[in-house]
Design a protein around this ligand. Structure first.
Ligand code: HEC
Length: 148
């Protein structure tokens, strides 16, 4: 019985997601950013591109960006790279602890030095961050057919 309820819940969720996608609600709301990344932020940007962008980039259909869009309803940007309110300690907390579908990352995956660089990147002035990190998961998103 419990499995039936779970299956029903999953089906309803899938339908809701399809409906949202049909209406284009998962489209990114951030414009692409251009410009150079400050040299001291490049390491943090690379860490972001590798570990975070697959869920948090500006593209459509990404778990982190979609969740934060729903959570804040536009009061802060859905894409982490466009946020200016995140302090390094907050970023470090989420990276080591995880939240919802976001896994915690171990120091063997993201070292303390990499985490410091990542936090510096995500809390630097927007102009110093330069263009958004590349979405390495582009191919995956396209294959799923949810790129808009
Ligand atoms: C598997 C997907 C996934 C990955 C990979 C991921 N996240 Fe997340 N992250 C999420 C989701 C989903 C949420 C939103 C959970 C919620 O609804 O509160 C989130 C939330 C966050 C938040 C909280 C923001 C807020 O205002 O509530 C921060 C900070 C964050 N992630 C940083 C990162 C960083 C930095 C990385 C890379 C090291 C990363 N995440 C990797 C899925 C992911």
């Amino acid at each position: 019985m419990r499995y039936l309820a779970l299956a029903c819940a999953a089906a309803v969720a899938a339908l809701a997601l399809n409906a949202a996608q049909a209406q284009g609600e998962t489209a990114p709301r951030t414009a692409p950013r251009t410009g150079q990344t400050a040299p001291e932020l490049q390491r943090g940007k690379a860490v972001f591109a590798h570990w975070c962008a697959p869920c948090h980039a500006t593209g459509a259909g990404l778990a982190g960006t979609m969740s934060l869009e729903a959570k804040y309803d536009g009061s802060v940007p859905a894409a982490l790279e466009d946020r200016t309110d995140l302090q390094p300690a907050v970023i470090g907390y989420f990276v080591r602890t995880g939240v919802a579908w976001m896994p915690p990352f171990r120091p063997t995956e993201i070292s303390d030095d990499d985490l410091a660089a990542l936090s510096a990147y995500l809390s630097a002035p927007l102009a110093d961050r330069g263009a958004h990190a590349p979405l390495l998961a582009d191919e995956m998103v396209r294959a799923r057919g949810s790129e808009q």
